[in-house]
Design a protein around this ligand. Sequence first.
Ligand SMILES: Cc1ncc(COP(=O)(O)O)c(C=O)c1O
Length: 465
Amino acid sequence: MAIEWSGWGPQLLLELDRASGMPLKSQVEQHLRAAIRDGRLAAGERLPSSRALATHLGLSRGLIQECYAQLQAEGYLTAHTGSATRVAPTAAGATPEISGERAAKPAAPLIADFPSGVPDLRLAPRQDWAWAVAQVCRTAPNSAFDYGPANGNPRLREVLAAYLRRVRAVDAYPKQVLICTGVAQGLGLILRVLARRGHARVAFENPGAVRTARDAAGSAGIEAVPVEVDEHGIDVAELARSGARVVVVTPAHQWPTGVVMAPERRRALLSWARANDGVVIEDDYDAEFRYDRDPVGALQGLAPDRVVSLGTVSKSLAPALRLGWAVVPLSLVDDVMAEKMVADRGTSGIDQLALATLIESGRYDRQLRRMRAVYARRRAVLMNAAPGPITGLAAGFHAVLHLPAFAGEREIVAAARARGVGVYGMSDYRADSSAEPGRLVIGFGNTGEEAIVTGMAVLRGLLKE
Ligand SMILES: Cc1ncc(COP(=O)(O)O)c(C=O)c1O
């Protein structure tokens, strides 16, 4: 995609050799041709105005105008009266590409898509975020632009600790809060620390975030073992047999079945952890969006010395912000901080302050209230329109559609796609990739009400065929 520079346009590195005897006009032309051919200037990209480039190079404006005219005549540049000079659409030569990035054929547009885990991107809090960053840039001391503590900005840690105590009943004190770039990073840091402390295995929920768990465990050098989830949550008896003393769970809204971990299961899980000197890693990724009951508190609040609680703004604000946190037992705090130091020396200090500002101003809560109402409406539409039993709707913005026994999961996914509807099978989340029993994981975070109705109607048609 062509870059739309505002103001001066690209700062081209044009080095002129005034001693070479080669006319300066020829040198400028040669540099521009080369920049276009090797992709430093992309098709459609706007060049600096002749005045700006002339000033920059210490040449006359007339000379630059002549260069531009010459390259236009050669087909490298285009210019229309009153508009900027640009690189011609077909001029760029072999633009270097990241493998596969542009080569992939654009997929046919979908009339309805149900990816899970994505919040509504059209309603991302652009204005609030811009306001918060502007506030920080206007008011923060110069020291805010320096390196900060690797475990996070003290103000954000304090604000988050208070927020998590209030909203999630997390037993959190600022010293235990580590700011990271999301659950993904938090999980990786913790597993590496635990691996160094001698843990050779980590259990994860099945179905679950199978790929993420395996990748994170692999990168920490430990084995990932799947443990079944039933309608009450993870099977603690099977966990006890697995040989792992570390487990990753999603108790508030299991990913992806949507099961809420039952109270007796929570108790059994924590007893297992105490009896085995175990560690429970709680992924509290979407608990803010709870519909028909009061939110269940985080597991961490019941056993702060045994549970690491991971949270993120990826669902509440936007995944692109890459901000999250880990509330860590005191016994692990120093090691996790050291690991974060090695990983990236700390998360962006300005973004951390922006999040603290957003929470303190009440705008974070306001965004949650707004989005809760949006997702609640979509959830109701989905419940009405679904062509079969649907479960897992207590929280978050995904649910599970149960397919009738005669309908193959993979066939339905393929047939729906052929009709422009993106649905995703539970087999993607099962450790053995089994498509039995047939289930679809239906995300509705980034899918409007009309698209939900359309998509479900297509599925209904398929299930009748
Ligand atoms: C189970 C689960 N936890 C957490 C996350 C969020 O991860 P992150 O905070 O790294 O964006 C996701 C993203 O989809 C997820 O599926």
